[in-house]
Write a protein that binds this ligand. Structure first.
Ligand SMILES: NC(=O)C1=CN([C@@H]2O[C@H](COP(=O)(O)OP(=O)(O)OC[C@H]3O[C@@H](n4cnc5c(N)ncnc54)[C@H](OP(=O)(O)O)[C@@H]3O)[C@@H](O)[C@H]2O)C=CC1
Ligand SMILES: Nc1nc2c(ncn2[C@@H]2O[C@H](COP(=O)(O)O)[C@@H](O)[C@H]2O)c(=O)[nH]1
Length: 325
């Protein structure tokens, strides 16, 4: 297997067939809905909250609400449905989460999407949860993860997952590779390619995206969606705590397996960082769209399909030859 990451890849241009980048369609179909972009903010407490989830759904972006206010989740589903919006929530795998799924079904609350969100998703308990959701909420689109191998993808798909999420430890606030020695950190893009070859259903690549061009690269190597934390941290609408330091505004971004999330120092695999406050999330999404439209025009197409087979070169660390902005 060839090992590389985002910074080692450059995609090779084809003849442009559009007269303006505005002609390029960046929409993606996922789970029976069409979204404006193939990106989704990470289901983390400093990245998404209910108002932002609602705004994203209203504006045709995919979202996944986090699972860290468990008692709010049923009401959240009901609230979204009362507004005519889709509901997309997260669950864990502890016994109370199995009970919660049954409770949703008992109240006829059928979220359109459920993401099973645990660190090591290639496990029997996740397979049990997929089957449990499919039994009680058969119409719900189930995203399961995270995994980092083709075997993981195949087993979760065979259990009934409608999509799998790939990425063990490439996140900006992740310390899994340091604490455990395991993961796809540093080779997430190659791991995505490895997993995508085994997949028969959509893959969400999760973690490690640092530049908008990495979205195009993710699509080239098999992702349907990109889950992104750090690029979305530091907006007025993201819920991380705003902090002033030396006269400048920052926002906290912490890992879901950090002591700040857990409230205890057990099995910690995440840390907290401060990122500069950079404005409104709508502007960041617009810039992502424009950059992706450019990517597609370089690929010689009109929509995201053009990126899927574009040629590429591997040049170690080539995008960091003094080109930071
Ligand atoms: N994408 C990534 O690389 C990572 C993401 N995270 C995020 O952190 C949050 C917390 O995750 P997580 O700790 O899984 O959540 P939870 O503790 O809620 O759930 C995990 C369950 O699986 C059990 N388990 C067994 N082996 C493992 C293992 N190697 N890692 C984790 N759990 C294991 C745990 O039991 P017990 O606790 O008793 O062992 C627990 O019951 C999630 O939101 C997750 O997405 C965390 C690490 C890596
Ligand atoms: N190893 C850990 N990974 C974590 C933790 N909390 C979240 N995450 C993962 O990171 C991505 C976001 O990555 P980014 O590079 O875009 O910032 C997120 O979706 C999770 O999969 C954690 O505590 N430890």
């Amino acid at each position: 297997m060839q090992i590389f990451d985002y910074e080692d890849i450059q995609l090779i241009p084809n003849k442009c067939i559009v007269r303006s980048r505005k002609e390029v369609d960046t929409t993606v179909e996922f789970g029976g809905r069409t979204f404006k972009l193939p990106v989704v903010p990470a289901n983390m407490q400093t990245i998404i909250d209910e108002p932002l989830a609602q705004w994203l759904a209203e504006n045709d972006y995919f979202y996944v609400m986090h699972r860290f206010n468990p008692e709010r989740r049923a009401d959240f589903v009901a609230d979204m449905h009362s507004k005519g919006l889709f509901a997309s929530i997260s669950v864990g795998v502890k016994p109370e989460e199995f009970a919660f799924v049954k409770e949703l079904a008992g109240h006829k609350l059928n979220p359109e999407y459920i993401t099973i969100d645990i660190a090591h998703g290639h496990s029997q308990i996740v397979i049990d949860m997929i089957q449990h959701i499919k039994k009680y909420l058969p119409d719900t689109f189930v995203i399961a993860g995270n995994v980092g191998t083709p075997e993981g993808v195949r087993e979760l798909e065979n259990a009934g997952a409608d999509a799998t999420k790939v990425g063990i430890g490439p996140g900006k606030v992740c310390i899994t590779k340091l604490k455990t020695g395991f993961g796809t950190g540093g080779w997430q893009l190659a791991a995505l390619r490895w997993c995508a070859k085994a997949a028969s259903k959509p893959i969400i690549t999760d973690g490690g995206i640092r530049n908008n061009g990495d979205i195009a690269k993710s699509l080239r190597f098999g992702a349907t969606m990109c889950m992104i934390g750090s690029l979305f941290a530091g907006h007025y609408e993201t819920p991380g705590k705003k902090v002033e330091k030396d006269g400048k505004m920052f926002q906290e971004y912490y890992g879901s397996a950090s002591e700040y999330q857990k409230g205890a120092h057990h099995n910690v695999e995440g840390k907290k960082i401060l990122l500069p406050l950079k404005g409104h999330i709508a502007d960041t999404l617009t810039e992502m769209k424009e950059d992706l439209q450019s990517s597609v025009s370089y690929a010689g197409g009109r929509d995201l399909e053009a990126l899927r087979k574009v040629d590429y070169v591997i040049v170690k660390n080539s995008i960091f030859n003094g080109d930071q902005y």
